[in-house]
Design a protein around this ligand. Structure first.
Ligand SMILES: Cc1cc2nc3c(=O)[nH]c(=O)nc-3n(C[C@H](O)[C@H](O)[C@H](O)COP(=O)(O)O)c2cc1C
Length: 175
């Protein structure tokens, strides 16, 4: 069984950039959640607001390696209205029974990561191995790289059966 798979949903590219950097740093494969009905312009943003307000689960597809063939998934998604972005909600809700243990990285303007992480924990029925929030600015200017590397390295340690240390949550920056 392979070790770690990174699964991202990204509407405007920030989460995808973070996912690509993490995969490049750790040599991990990536899968992507996309929408059957993509969001464009003002109507797309408005739909995101409504989805968040009512915790809707829009139709999504997943392209990538099967998550159940990995020991761990790293879920990466945006915060919308202090909640988990709807498409990642759909993905987690539809696959929670077969998803391996998860680490969760949220991207956001400034706040709301903790609430979105809590939503994933409710959907999966267990807390993440580790979680963290990254701002748009950190991802765009590249200053996220060091912390992301440390998180990936920590996840390897948590998952190392020889070391065998598994803290429930290791969050260097609760947001
Ligand atoms: C409808 C909507 C709601 C948002 N709500 C929040 C929020 O509550 N807190 C926050 O910090 N950023 C919020 N954002 C900003 C996004 O989380 C941020 O731009 C994120 O990096 C987008 O990720 P993506 O480029 O991977 O789609 C919101 C964006 C949209 C479109």
């Amino acid at each position: 069984m392979d070790r770690v798979l990174v699964v991202v949903y990204s509407c405007t590219g920030t989460g995808r950039r973070l996912a690509q950097l993490l995969c490049a740093q750790q040599q991990w494969p990536m899968g992507e959640v996309t929408e059957i009905r993509p969001r464009r312009g003002a109507s797309g943003t408005w739909r995101s607001v409504i989805d968040s307000l009512f915790r809707r689960r829009p139709d999504v597809r997943y392209d990538g390696p099967a998550p159940e063939q990995f020991e761990t998934v790293v879920l990466i998604a945006p915060v919308w209205l202090l909640r988990l972005a709807g498409p990642m909600r759909s993905f987690v809700a539809s696959r929670h029974a077969s998803l391996p243990k998860a680490a969760v990285l949220m991207v956001m303007g400034s706040r709301g990561a903790a609430q979105a992480v809590a939503e994933i924990a409710r959907l999966t029925g267990r807390g993440p191995l580790l979680d963290a929030g990254f701002t748009n600015r950190e991802v765009e200017d590249g200053s996220c790289a060091g912390r992301l590397q440390a998180l990936g390295d920590a996840l390897r340690t948590i998952e190392d059966p020889v070391v065998g240390v598994r803290p429930a949550v290791w969050s260097p920056q609760a947001a």
